[in-house]
Each structure stands twice: as structure tokens, then as C-alpha cells.
Write a protein that binds this ligand. Structure first.
Ligand code: HAM
Length: 430
């Protein structure tokens, strides 16, 4: 039968045999978030379009070219979230979280949607782990956030992840910088790509990000933000660096990092992997002190980052780092005959209630095929029930690793107790 359709371009399925890889990362994210005092936040997968236009910025590539936007039957313009920060801020404001003790620390694990050209490490549906912190201007908070990301990569065993940081200043000093950039680029105006011509008018800092080779060359001679920072922003940046040093987090200052979203102020940063090709940013973020106000709230400093889960998995694979496989089946209970089959079902269930992973035949296979399946799923123990076992109330428990057999009573309580003891003994012997 022909498949009626395949998955849309730029999306991926996570299959049952692979999902433990995702769960491994997710568990580490959750544990690290907890260690830094972050609690989970969940927001809708879609929001009103104007949230992203205002939040992410209407001159950015994300808003201009990449959003999945549609009209609902009721005529509202809705957009699938291209990132997590704007929705988190909207929820922060809508629920008056500024009344809670500051700082508010929130993390999320979400899918994001961007209509980009798919390539290795660049998808149209991808997943982010993000951390957002509201209510602090202190440089120690920037360094703490960056340290959280660094700790995660260290814990994953990743090597060669480089951290690049920069400060893009505040609106005050950035106005001076924009003037200098506009002046510099104006001499090349006619030779710039169409996107850059528009950036020159609307958002000159985006010029530094252009990937067109000719414009990229011009960017090399452009004035750099660090030379234009006001005293407050310079001091802030120095503070961030000092706290990173105090935490032994290695970094390089890269004055060309400007980021692809409009909301950033002061600190910006990217973690880059040398092992996954062109789409090398595995994590990125920064401070966004003006965003909450931009979205209609009172001024509230904030900062955050998001890490791309697919890119982290690619890096783990490229570095040959093995993710521990999930624990196999504790016991497979094979059976012959109706009564034995029911008993197998009942014994499995009491083991499951005791926290174990047990299986019996739910397909209708013969005993030989049942035991073949037990081998395939790597069951640690197996047992076969037939009329004799049911009549005697005793069966043979087989350790599938070493073939050893022992008798086990089939009465509920004794069965759970003896099986637990056998399982522990086998684990101890490993
Ligand atoms: P971003 O740099 O657009 O920032 O995305 C963060 C991370 O998401 C990237 O470093 C990358 O790992 C991953 N990513 C982005 N686009 C794709 C894609 N098309 N396919 C696969 N992975 C992708 C943000 O989204 C900001 N909201 C981060 C932030 C949080 N800033 C402050 N708080």
C-alpha cells in the first residue's frame, strides 16, 4: 500500500527505539535547571502574531521570512512559536509574575517552528531547552546563566564546545554605534545585497550578520560595538567576565556576535560546536532588559538562553559519546495453555505494580516464538508457565545472562519477594 504522505520537509520523527536519547538529555536539563533554582514553564505552541513581531522584532529574518503564520477560522492571526522567549515574557506579564520574589527563574523544553532551508542541524520543527531569568541587572546573573549552560555541556561529556561572548550595549550607546555603522556602510550602499540595503535603513547591526561573501568582507572592516559601549555597559561586561573567570568558565570575546533577534541588550553569547558543520551554534542567548517593557509591562531586566536539542544530539554522535541505553526488561513470562497464560498476565501485573518491567505474550505466539522475543528484547530473566507449574505453584526462573535456573513460588507475595531478591543478586554480580 502506498503511503498517503510523508512527514513535512524539515521535520523529524523520534521513534520508540530512539526516544531514550532525548529523555537522557531532558533529564540532565531538568536536573541542572533545578540546581540553579529554575522551575518549568509551559506556554502554548502558538501565540498571537503581533507578540513575535513586537518581541522578536519585525526587521529580523525570523519575522520577515521564517514564521508559520495563519489566520484562524475566527480571523485571528496566529503564529507557531519560532522561539521560546517571547511567549515566556507574555506569560510572565499576563500572570503578574513580577509580584513573586525576584528573580523569577523559568525553564522550558519546547518545539519551535521556523520556515528555513533545511540542512544538517537546521530544521523547520526543532526543539529547544531554554532558561529565562527575570528581575536582575547584576552581571553575576549573566555569568550564572552562562555557567548553567556550560555545566550542562560538561555533564554531557561534550568536548570542544567554545563559548563566545560580546556586549551589544544599551539603547543609549547603541544609538552612537548605529550612527557609526551607517556611516561606514553608506560608502558601500550600492554594492550591498538587497537584504543589507534594507538592513542599512532599518537595523544596521544586522549588517554584520550577512552571509553573502561580498558583504561579509565589508563587515570585517566595520566599526565594532565594544569601542562604543557607555561606561555602565562596559562595567557590566567587565563584571560578567570576572564572574565567568571566578567560575572557571572559559570564553573568548567576539565583537561580531550581534544575534538574530532584536531584543538583546548588553551581554550576548553563543556556544559553538566544532563537530557539526555550518550550523554550529548549539546554544545562544543574552540579556534583554527592554523586552518586558516593549511587550507592555513595567521595565524589568531579564536574560536567558536556548540550546538546540537536535544540534546537541548531533554533537554527541559526532564525538562518539554513547547515551546509556534504557534498562532492559526484568522478566519475560512465557506460557502454554489458557490458564498459564492468564497466570502470566497476572504475575506480570503484580511485578509492574512493584516497579518492575515485565512482559508476557500479548500477540498469541507459540512458546518457541515467545522465548525468541524474550531474547530479542534482552530480558534479564525468563520463566515458562504450563499446566504443571500452575498445579504445583512453582516454576523455574532462568537468569538469561548465565543460564542459571532456580525455583520460584507462584504465590503473589512470595513471588514478588523472591524475584526482587534474584534481580538484586544479578545486579550485584554484574
Ligand atoms: P536562537 O539563536 O534563535 O535564539 O536559537 C537558539 C538555539 O536554537 C540555536 O543556538 C540552535 O542551537 C537552535 N536552533 C535555532 N534554529 C534552529 C533550527 N532551524 N534548527 C535546529 N536548531 C535550531 C533563540 O531562540 C532565543 N530565544 C534564545 C534566548 C532565550 N535568548 C534569551 N533567552
Amino acid at each position: 500500500m502506498a503511503l498517503i504522505t510523508k512527514k513535512p520537509r524539515g521535520t523529524e520523527d523520534v521513534l520508540p527505539r530512539d526516544s531514550y536519547r532525548w529523555q537522557f538529555l531532558e533529564n540532565i536539563f531538568r536536573e541542572e535547571a533545578r540546581a540553579f533554582g529554575y522551575k518549568e514553564m509551559r506556554t502554548p505552541v502558538f501565540e498571537h502574531t503581533n507578540l513575535f513581531e513586537r518581541g522578536v522584532g519585525d526587521t529580523t529574518d525570523i519575522v520577515q521570512k521564517e514564521m508559520y503564520t495563519f489566520l484562524t477560522k475566527g480571523g485571528d492571526s496566529i503564529t507557531l512559536r519560532p522561539e521560546g522567549t517571547a511567549g515566556a515574557c507574555r506569560a510572565f506579564l499576563e500572570h503578574g509574575l513580577h509580584n513573586d520574589p525576584l528573580p523569577i527563574k523559568a525553564y522550558y523544553l519546547t518545539s519551535c517552528y521556523r520556515y528555513e532551508k533545511p540542512q544538517a542541524g537546521r530544521l523547520r520543527e526543532f526543539h529547544q531547552f531554554g532558561m529565562e531569568c527575570y528581575g536582575t541587572q547584576a552581571p553575576a546573573a549573566d555569568a550564572e546563566l552562562i555557567t548553567a549552560a556550560a555545566n550542562i555541556f560538561e555533564r554531557l561529556g561534550l568536548r570542544g564546545i567554545s563559548l563566545e561572548i560580546n556586549s551589544i550595549g544599551c539603547p543609549k550607546c547603541r544609538a552612537e554605534y548605529h550612527k557609526a555603522l551607517t556611516e561606514y556602510y553608506s560608502q558601500y550602499r550600492e554594492t550591498l545585497c538587497e537584504d543589507c540595503k534594507s538592513r542599512l535603513e532599518r537595523n544596521p547591526m544586522r549588517l554584520l550578520d550577512c552571509k553573502v561573501p561580498h558583504d561579509h568582507e565589508i563587515a570585517k572592516g566595520a566599526p565594532m560595538m565594544p569601542d562604543y559601549l557607555c561606561d555602565e555597559c562596559r562595567e557590566h561586561f567587565e563584571g560578567v567576565k570576572e564572574y565567568l573567570d571566578a567560575n572557571d568558565v572559559a570564553y573568548t570575546v567576539n565583537p561580531t556576535i550581534v544575534r538574530g533577534l532584536d531584543y538583546y541588550t548588553k551581554t550576548v553569547f553563543e556556544f559553538l560546536s566544532g563537530d557539526i558543520g555550518a550550523q554550529s551554534a548549539v546554544c545562544a542567548g543574552g540579556r534583554y532588559d527592554g523586552l518586558i517593557e516593549e511587550l507592555g509591562g513595567n521595565p524589568m531586566p531579564a536574560l536567558g538562553f536556548a540550546a538546540g536539542i537536535e544540534r546537541l544530539l548531533l554533537t554527541l554522535d559526532a564525538q562518539g559519546i554513547e547515551i546509556p541505553a534504557p534498562a532492559p526488561c526484568d522478566i519475560y513470562i512465557g506460557s502454554m495453555g489458557e490458564d498459564a497464560h492468564k497466570k502470566a498476565s497476572q504475575l506480570c501485573n503484580i511485578l509492574r505494580k512493584a516497579g518492575m518491567y515485565a512482559e508476557f505474550d500479548v500477540v498469541g505466539r507459540g512458546l518457541k516464538a515467545q522465548m525468541k522475543y524474550a531474547n530479542k528484547i534482552g530480558a534479564k530473566f525468563s520463566m515458562v508457565l504450563g499446566d504443571d507449574e500452575i498445579a504445583n505453584g512453582v516454576a523455574k526462573l532462568k537468569n538469561m545472562d548465565n543460564g542459571e535456573q532456580s525455583e520460584i513460588p507462584l504465590e503473589d507475595e512470595a513471588f514478588v519477594k523472591e524475584f526482587t531478591a534474584a534481580k538484586l543478586a544479578a545486579e550485584f554480580a554484574e
